[in-house]
Ligand binder design. Structure first.
Ligand SMILES: Cc1ncc(COP(=O)(O)O)c(C=O)c1O
Length: 450
């Protein structure tokens, strides 16, 4: 039989060769995670599957907290639920001593349902329904107010509770990092924050107790935290002086980077991202410089991704191999942007589950969705992958299992490797009833004549 003619093509290989650091980011294979063979995760829980490590979460937390508390005597940490609010993850961090930092009524209820007392919850965020404020004040939670309308809402809630309640304010400021995060809280620079305090100081229902800020996300420059601490301490002094109010806590939010690779960065994260200690130094050293020991308030950090991102992986499977008309090698894998919200801004580390030989080429990893935007990796430097190859994407612990969507496909299981090496399922894969359960189909729509 005559062979089919395939037009030849030449494809320039432009990435993946040695760069000046002598490494190729996306090259490597991994046969296990903490000693558990990759195949065991997919055999037990299906593919794709998220994997989290109890050990890494505890280690990362302890590293950060012990360094922070060794420098600043009244160091506190509060777990940012939005970063990863799986019950098992929050419970590990609460066991470690972190309180809960929540930004919605749902997250508040979740923290309470896990057993966190209300007075161990920090309630942040730009929108807090009235009922949830009533609950939070009744429970004695630390509530940080975002805007003037929320001050009025908080007064209404306090009236319902029937007592004067303590609040904090969220502030924003220029820390030298642009674009500035100015949409949350009251601005320090134009006196917005000071005026908010003035307003609260005249309130019969509210009493100011703390100042909170969260200056941005994946901050690359520790100096921004120095600026934040200086400006917040200055504001604290001004408030204490003018209103004779004692501020009992400062809360510098989160924003420390993880070792993920931001899109558009040339350097590998091990080089581009400063160690977390540098960020803690910026906060703690500035506090020690600015404050006298008798005025130390409690100081909270709400570090999210820097604790949990590197504790997570996503294992996915190659379902099909395709060459695009321009010759680009591509693969369809069973995890897509529905599970990987963070793929919009990270180039994840891509590893395969075995050593494979053959010419490496820049390959595209497409997800399983019937959507053009479903691209998990635009250019992964990979050898030829047979169907069935497992692909391990990391770091995955932050923001994916909270921002994932139920879109087109079910959300998969999440497994946790426990400290003793046991493997536990901490969230099962979704089923049809999970999605149709809350739906109602009116009677007249129940019959089809197809
Ligand atoms: C108020 C607040 N605190 C803490 C965090 C956690 O931030 P990260 O995960 O960057 O440390 C966030 C995230 O956006 C936040 O909005």
């Amino acid at each position: 039989m005559k062979k089919e003619y395939i037009k030849p093509y030449i494809k320039r290989q432009s990435a993946g060769v040695m760069n000046k650091f002598g490494v190729t980011y996306n090259k490597g294979h991994r046969e296990d995670i903490e000693g558990i063979p990759i195949g065991r995760f997919t055999d037990e829980f299906g593919s794709p599957v998220f994997v989290l490590s109890e050990k890494v979460i505890r280690e990362r937390y302890r590293k950060i907290y012990s360094y922070f508390s060794s420098k600043y005597p009244k160091a506190k940490m509060s777990w940012s639920y939005k970063t990863n609010y799986l019950g098992a993850v929050c419970s590990i961090l609460h066991q470690e001593g972190e309180t809960a930092e929540v930004v919605s009524d749902f997250e508040y209820e979740k923290a309470r349902s896990l057993g966190v007392p209300g007075n161990r919850i920090i309630y942040n965020g730009p929108y807090k329904p009235l009922d949830s404020l009533v609950t939070a004040f009744t429970d004695g939670a630390m509530v940080n107010l975002d805007n003037f309308d929320e001050i009025i809402k908080a007064e209404e809630a306090a009236k319902k509770v029937g007592k004067k309640v303590s609040v904090g304010i969220r502030v924003n400021m220029d820390t030298g990092v642009y674009p500035q995060w100015s949409r949350f809280g009251f601005p320090i620079e134009n006196n917005g924050a000071f005026n908010a305090v003035k307003r609260i100081s005249h309130s019969e229902h509210l009493h100011l107790e703390g100042i909170h800020c969260h200056i941005g996300t994946f901050m690359m420059d520790p100096n921004a935290y120095k600026e934040a601490v200086k400006k917040v301490v200055q504001l604290m002094r001004k408030i204490e002086h003018e209103f004779e109010i004692t501020i009992s806590y400062l809360d510098f939010g989160g924003g420390f980077p993880s070792n993920n690779k931001l899109k558009g960065t040339y350097l590998p994260p091990e080089v581009a991202v400063q160690p977390v200690e540098n960020f803690i130094d910026a906060v703690a050293d500035t506090l020690l410089d600015e404050l006298a020991p008798d005025e130390y308030p409690d100081v909270y950090l709400e570090t999210g991704r820097a604790i949990v991102d590197e504790a997570g992986w996503l294992i996915s499977t190659v379902d099909a191999v395709k060459r695009l008309p321009d010759g680009t090698k591509s693969y369809i894998i069973d995890a897509g942007v529905n599970l990987l919200y963070t793929s919009a801004w990270y180039n994840y580390k891509v590893e395969i589950d075995r050593e494979l030989h053959g010419a490496y080429e820049n390959s595209i990893l497409y997800g399983p969705l019937c959507m053009n935007i479903d691209v998990v990796a635009e250019s992964a430097f990979l050898p030829p992958l047979p169907k069935g190859t497992r692909i391990i994407l990391s770091p995955m612990g932050a923001y994916n299992v909270t921002q994932w969507m139920q879109f087109i496909r079910y959300r998969p299981a999440v497994a946790m490797i426990m400290e003793d090496g046991k493997l536990e399922q901490i969230r099962r894969a979704e089923k049809l009833e999970d999605i149709t359960g809350p739906e109602f189909v009116p009677d007249k729509l129940r019959k089809f004549n197809l």
